[in-house]
Design a binder for this molecule. Structure first.
Ligand SMILES: O=c1ccn([C@@H]2O[C@H](COP(=O)(O)O)[C@@H](O)[C@H]2O)c(=O)[nH]1
Length: 281
C-alpha cells in the first residue's frame, strides 16, 4: 500500500494555488439572523452549506468550528459532516476546529473520529489542546501520520486570557525552564524536522498577541486566528510572526461570513483576503 501524501505537502500545494487565507465557518446565532435564517437546524443547514459551497472553491483551507454545530446535537453534527464533504469535494482542505485533548487512550478515540478516513467526520486536520501534556498528543500525531492528516496545537492563542497559562514557566519535561508555549513550539519543531516542503504539525498563534520572544518558526503551518473580527491586521501578522509569516494561515470567520448570504459576495471577500495577504509571501 502506498503511503498517503503528508498533510504538510498537500497544504503547501493548496496554498501555492489558492493563497493562505483560511475561511472559518462559525454559524453564530447572530449571523444566522443576519442572513435571514432561523436559529434552528434548518437555518444552520442553509447557512453552513451555503458558506461551504461559496467559500470552499476559493480557499486552500476551510475551518468549521465544531461548537456551533454541536449546539444542535446529533442533527447539527450531521450538518457538519455534510459541510466537511462539501468542502473537500470543492478541493479545500478541512481543518476542524474542535480543540480536543485527553489522556492518551481517549485521545486515540478522538483521533480516530476526526482523522481516520473511515469515520463520517474525517477531516484533513484538527486543532488540539496540549494541556494534558505533550506526550498525550501522541495518538493524534501517530494517527495523522498514518492517514496523511495534520494536527494544529494551541500555543499562543488569540484571546486575552491565554498568557496566564501559555507564558507560565514549565518545570518538567524536555523543555523545563522555558514557557509552556515555548515547549509546545519546540515539540512541534522536533516533530516537523526533515519534512519537505513543510511539516504536518502546526501551531495556533493568534494574530492579536503581543510581540513574543518565542521562536515561532516550527517548520510547519501557523494557524493565525484573530485576523478580522478580533482586530488582527496584515501589519499585525508581520509584527507577530516576523520571517515565519510565510508559513501563516490567517483565519477569519465572522468577518468573511458577514458578507453573506450572497455567494458572490462571500467569494469576493475570500479573494480580497488572499489579495491582501499576497504581500506576506
Ligand atoms: O486562539 C484561538 C484559537 C481558535 N480560535 C477560533 O477561531 C475562530 C475565530 O473566529 P472570528 O469570528 O474570526 O473571530 C473561532 O472559531 C475561534 O474559536 C480563536 O479565535 N483563537
Amino acid at each position: 500500500m502506498t503511503a498517503p501524501e503528508p498533510f504538510g505537502a498537500r497544504l503547501a500545494a493548496a496554498v501555492g494555488t489558492r493563497g493562505p487565507f483560511c475561511a472559518g465557518i462559525d454559524p453564530h446565532a447572530g449571523l444566522l439572523e443576519a442572513w435571514g435564517l432561523a436559529d434552528d437546524v434548518a437555518g444552520l443547514e442553509r447557512f453552513a452549506l451555503g458558506a461551504a459551497e461559496a467559500l470552499a472553491p476559493e480557499c486552500a483551507v476551510v475551518k468549521p468550528q465544531s461548537a456551533f454545530f454541536e449546539r444542535f446535537g446529533s442533527r447539527g453534527v450531521a450538518v457538519l459532516e455534510r459541510v466537511v464533504s462539501t468542502c473537500r469535494e470543492a478541493g479545500a482542505l478541512v481543518l476542524l476546529d474542535v480543540k480536543r485533548g485527553d489522556i492518551g487512550s481517549t485521545s486515540q478515540a478522538y483521533a480516530d473520529a476526526y482523522l481516520d478516513p473511515a469515520s463520517p467526520l474525517a477531516c484533513d486536520a484538527l486543532t488540539v489542546s496540549p494541556y494534558l501534556g505533550l506526550g498525550s498528543l501522541e495518538p493524534f500525531v501517530a494517527t495523522a501520520a498514518r492517514h496523511g492528516a495534520g494536527v494544529f496545537v494551541l500555543a499562543l492563542t488569540s484571546n486575552p486570557e491565554g498568557p496566564e497559562v501559555q507564558h507560565a514557566r514549565t518545570t518538567a519535561g524536555a523543555h523545563a525552564g522555558g514557557t509552556v508555549a515555548g515547549a509546545v513550539l519546540a515539540h512541534l519543531r522536533a516533530l516537523n524536522a526533515g519534512a519537505r516542503p513543510l511539516g504536518s504539525h502546526g501551531a495556533v498563534v493568534g494574530a492579536t498577541i503581543d510581540a513574543t520572544q518565542e521562536d515561532l518558526d516550527v517548520h510547519g503551518p501557523l494557524l493565525a486566528p484573530g485576523f478580522g473580527a478580533q482586530g488582527g491586521t496584515v501589519d499585525d501578522l508581520r509584527r507577530v510572526f516576523g520571517p515565519a509569516v510565510r508559513h501563516v494561515l490567517p483565519t477569519s470567520s465572522r468577518e468573511v461570513l458577514g458578507h453573506g448570504p450572497d455567494p458572490a459576495a462571500l467569494r469576493e471577500a475570500c479573494r480580497r483576503a488572499n489579495d491582501a495577504l499576497a504581500v506576506l509571501r
